[in-house]
Design a protein around this ligand. Structure first.
Ligand SMILES: Nc1ncnc2c1ncn2[C@@H]1O[C@H](COP(=O)(O)OP(=O)(O)OP(=O)(O)O)[C@@H](O)[C@H]1O
Length: 678
């Protein structure tokens, strides 16, 4: 990084610290906005200060002492002109602070007053001794920062940036007028040095025009980059895949059911995409049990008919294996070779698959990310199907991108993505939604049951099995220890076996070898195992339609998406199904909120929307892992109207004002542009 990026002197050491904050030029500095504000514009008499509201007081130190119990701390007694006394308490302190707060000194302290053990106190207030400086004219911004770069230094740098910035808006005046948004520079100055008449509460309102402008710019940058990435893809080349229908027809004839109209619509959309000479990039969304697998299989059939290979990748072995078994069942009878590749496949078998993929004798390959290891090459890969794509890490996604930059891609997601997220983070994807469940399903009845009533639940298990149905019993998630979780699962099997000796109870957990897992799953699918005790390995994708009762222990420890996925393992056939959520008290507020949502809703889209509300988009998407750049200012739920405006404007700007687009993206994305492929 050269100093040329800042038109004023910034030492190399400071530049390095700024770089940690992703600040590499004068615009980045100006766009580094306050986290919050402090009010140093006036002095509040101690007598008037209300608990819980930050205030600045000015007072004289009347006593200072170090106290050792219950722990070492510095206690400073001060008194102001109102005659009131306040204690300032510092649990961590330096000798310099003792000097700064020597008896007789007049100081200013900024913080929240609360009622402490000795009387009114401020814990770790911000202290100023330069009281001759007078009071601030406007609220003091507080910025996110890093070690070694203090607030005053950062503030000075930002103020310098604001002085040097050219009044060079990315958006033309007439556009701003139409959108009722203020100019950028004016908005930045406002937020960095708010006018004195604005209170802290005012400034935290996202509806302030200055904030609206920043949020809009951010959303616009996101929409523009997504659209450009999409245009780029449309310029790419992929083989047009259209088959003669002989495989798909036979496949459908053998299914034993007719496609729902939503499935039919989805496959038609995919078919149209595959026939294009640019790569498809489509997300197939559908709630749990809506029948995505057959749609993917039909997409695969088109590619195979056209003489191309297909790779199907899933995030876990158990899910990949289940797809493998289904694809094997559907395709092998038609003379199509379906291969299996995962981390646990032995070397010899792996070598064989590798050779067959390279020479093209294997048409379909199902597996985990092992499918995209460097040494695997395909003869003529035409379509990649990725299940639960958001669960793959950045590296795996990159590997996939490198192998398949010119192939058609179909992503599948059983975690419904709320509309706002689909409109922003996934704006470069085409989306097909299966919004209809296969006919004959009865809604799952959900019950919340205190774990003290476990015996009643055991009776229900017995009753279900007597009726010829099957049961899942999911053991609690124990994040801290996999061993403990396994132990719990083993104990549960023993306990259930004792209570229900006539039933055949099986166990499946993450530590088992994949062959063992496959055997247990096969026995459950065949009905020889009646109750399957499982750790959450069964979470996604397991499909045994005869299972009609799902018991989840310690449901309060699980996330909403996970609960919805687990519950979706039942209710997949015609039998009326139940889901019993066992919980133990005490329940945290978050756990209560989650259980309420899952109890009240069965629609995955609604659950996802509420989940997004509870967790925020970062957590929702597992963004730290997935590398999706997060929005800094805009909030998708709150700022939906702005998102819609940005979404409408993006294509117009791209078509009519490419120079505006370039400038806007440069300013907003700088470092992050690479992520988005612009
Ligand atoms: N049109 C249909 N009519 C009847 N049954 C169907 C239909 N489509 C799919 N099914 C059956 O519904 C069940 C669920 O389908 P599938 O496993 O494809 O769901 P999914 O969308 O992948 O759900 P999940 O994300 O929960 O795994 C399967 O047993 C499947 O055979």
């Amino acid at each position: 990084m050269s100093t040329a990026d800042f038109p004023f002197p910034v030492s190399t050491a400071t530049q390095a610290k700024l770089a940690k904050l992703n600040i590499n030029n004068i615009w980045d500095l100006a766009l580094h906005l306050p986290l919050r504000y402090e009010d140093e514009t006036h002095i509040t008499p101690i007598a008037d200060a209300r608990a819980g509201i930050p205030v600045q007081i000015e007072a004289t130190v009347i006593h200072q002492q170090i106290q050792f119990r219950p722990r070492k701390q510095l206690i400073v007694q001060v008194q102001d002109l109102s005659g009131h006394v306040l204690y300032l308490r510092f649990i961590h302190f330096y000798p310099s602070q003792q000097k700064q707060l020597a008896e007789g000194k007049v100081i200013r302290a900024l913080g929240e007053i609360r009622h402490g053990f000795f009387g009114d106190e401020m814990v770790h207030p911000k202290i100023r001794t330069d009281i001759e400086q007078g009071l601030s004219e406007s609220l003091t911004p507080v910025y996110p920062t890093v070690n070694g770069l203090n607030q005053p230094a950062l503030r000075r740098l930002i103020q310098a940036a604001l002085k040097h910035l050219p009044d060079d808006d990315t958006l033309p005046d007439e556009l701003l007028q139409q959108l009722h948004l203020p100019p950028l520079l004016q908005s930045l100055k406002f937020l960095h040095s708010p006018p004195p008449e604005y209170s802290i509460q005012d400034l935290h309102q996202g509806t302030l025009p200055a904030w609206q402008r920043l949020k809009f710019d951010e959303l616009l940058a996101q929409q523009l980059s997504m659209r450009l990435a999409r245009q780029q893809r449309l310029k790419g080349h992929a083989a047009a895949l259209s088959g003669n229908g002989h495989i798909s027809k036979l496949l459908q004839t053998n299914l034993g059911f007719a496609l729902t109209s939503a499935q039919q619509r989805a496959i038609n959309e995919i078919k149209t995409d595959l026939a294009q000479t640019h790569p498809m990039h489509r997300l197939l969304q559908g709630d749990v049990g809506s029948g995505k697998t057959i749609v993917c299989a039909l997409a695969a059939a088109i590619a195979v008919e056209a003489g191309f290979q297909v790779a199907i990748m899933a995030p876990t072995e158990i899910l990949a294996e289940q797809h493998y078994l289904k694809f094997q069942q559907w395709f092998a009878s038609q003379g199509i070779t379906v291969g299996w590749l995962s981390g646990s496949v032995r070397k010899k078998a792996r070598e064989k698959t590798k050779t067959e993929l390279a020479n093209g004798t294997m048409q379909l390959a199902v597996g985990t990310h092992a499918l995209f290891q460097e040494d695997i090459s395909f003869h003529n890969l035409g379509l990649v199907i990725v299940d639960e794509q958001h669960r793959f890490g950045v590296a795996q996604r990159l590997a996939l991108k490198n192998k398949g930059s010119d192939v058609h891609q179909l992503m599948m997601s059983a975690t419904p993505i709320p509309r706002t997220l689909a409109m922003s983070f996934f704006a470069d994807l085409d989306v097909s939604v299966i919004d209809e469940l296969p006919p004959g399903r009865t809604p799952i009845v959900t019950r919340l049951v205190n774990s003290t009533r476990r015996q009643e639940v055991e009776k229900l298990v017995q009753h279900t099995c007597i009726q010829g149905r099957q049961v899942y019993w999911v053991c609690p998630l124990i994040e801290e220890s996999e061993t403990l979780q396994l132990q719990t699962a083993v104990d549960t099997v023993a306990q259930l076996q004792l209570a229900l000796p006539q039933l055949n109870i099986g166990l499946i957990h993450g530590r088992m070898k994949s062959t063992e897992k496959a055997e247990v799953m096969a026995a459950f699918a065949a009905g020889t195992i009646q109750v399957l005790v499982a750790t959450t390995v069964i979470e996604v994708g397991v499909d045994v339609p005869n299972a009609s009762l799902m018991v989840i222990e310690h449901a309060e420890r699980m996330g909403l998406a996970q609960l919805h996925q687990l519950r979706g393992r039942v209710g997949r056939g015609s039998a009326a199904s139940r889901c019993v959520l066992l919980f133990s008290e005490p329940l945290s507020d978050l756990a209560k909120a989650r259980l309420k949502v899952i109890y009240e809703n069965t629609d995955g889209f609604e659950i996802a929307r509420q989940d997004l509300n509870i967790r925020g988009p970062g957590e929702f998407l597992g963004a730290r892992q997935s590398g999706v750049p997060m929005l800094r200012f805009a909030n998708l739920e709150e700022d939906l109207p702005l998102l819609e405006k940005a979404r409408n404007l993006a294509p117009l700007l791209i078509n009519q004002q490419p120079q505006v687009v370039r400038k806007h993206l440069q300013r907003w994305l700088a470092q992050r542009a690479a992520y988005l492929g612009v």
